[in-house]
Design a protein around this ligand. Sequence first.
Ligand code: SAH
Length: 352
Amino acid sequence: MRSPSQDAGPDPEAAAELLQMGQGIMASWALHVAARLGVADLLAPGPQMIDDLALTTGAHSGALYRVLRFLGMLGVFTEVEPRRFSLTPLGDCLRTGKAGSLRSWFIMSGPIYRVFADAPLDSVLTGKPAFEKVLGASFFEYAARDLEWGEAFNSAMEGVGRQTAGAVVQAYDFSGIGRIVDVGGGHGTLLAAVLDAYPEMTGILFDLPRVAEGAADKIAKAGLAGRCEIVGGDFFESVPSGGDAYVLSWVIHDWEDERALSILQNCRRAIGDSGRLLLVEANIPVGNEPHFAKTVDMVMLVALGGQERTEAEYSDLMAAAGFKLSRVVATASPMTVFEGAPVGSQVGSRSA
Ligand code: SAH
């Protein structure tokens, strides 16, 4: 007997939905193009004719029209009258310099899209990131090699960080911490938000020397230079000692277990027995529940070799590094704070 689905062929609605889903790569590409050309900035003062946009961006007018028409369908721009486009709230997120701007996110994503397209099966067959195979360097080496891209990555993190830092500060009680160390702190978005909310607190921003250098300016502009030390280094070697709390935001997810463990062990070496470890990461839900982190996890798989983790997985990782998961604090953003308390005695000190 043949099953009904064989008789009827695929459900047309299901097929249409699947085809639509498969167009995601075009949306990614079009957003990358719009971000690179700075279309949102040009539309910020008001609607523009496509010929003017093409002239300013150096694009082919007919081609740019088709890309914006496509993005219009997705709600990023609106064709207010024939060949004249304006900004929507979605498109507004692509504007440069706006707090929480996603323009750098979509510029930074360009090489990542290449890895998905050029080596689609690699990571799935090997479990290893294909980034190096496609781009000739691992993710953070590439950021060091192509400084413009590295800068776009840091700005992308800053943009997204702006959206989550407030929620983290609101949800987690940082009081009682005298000195906080932000390990892999990037441009210091989270650290600045914490120091701003706790005027008595001092901080250390720790990242790769090149990134830490870039953060100094941001910290100074936030008026926090007097309370925040900037330290460059490698968290696989050591992390600065002397903090009451060590916060790692969107750091552990970049690495597979062994590398992640090595970072956490270095934190364990640096931390006092009454210190706190704070992992700011997504708490990836099991099952089919949607979560932004399930998408980010694809980038971890293909580009970085890291992974998004469940609460149980963070708990295991912490335990292996000498921490007990003491609290899990959800925030209004996709990020959760996993608080760890040191257990046992410090493993031999390698930190300065
Ligand atoms: N904490 C920031 C940035 C997260 S991105 C935020 O939440 O937005 C990960 C950070 O790890 C980057 O800033 C990157 O420069 C840093 N990083 C990568 N490898 C590192 C290393 N070996 N030592 C120190 N920092 C490193």
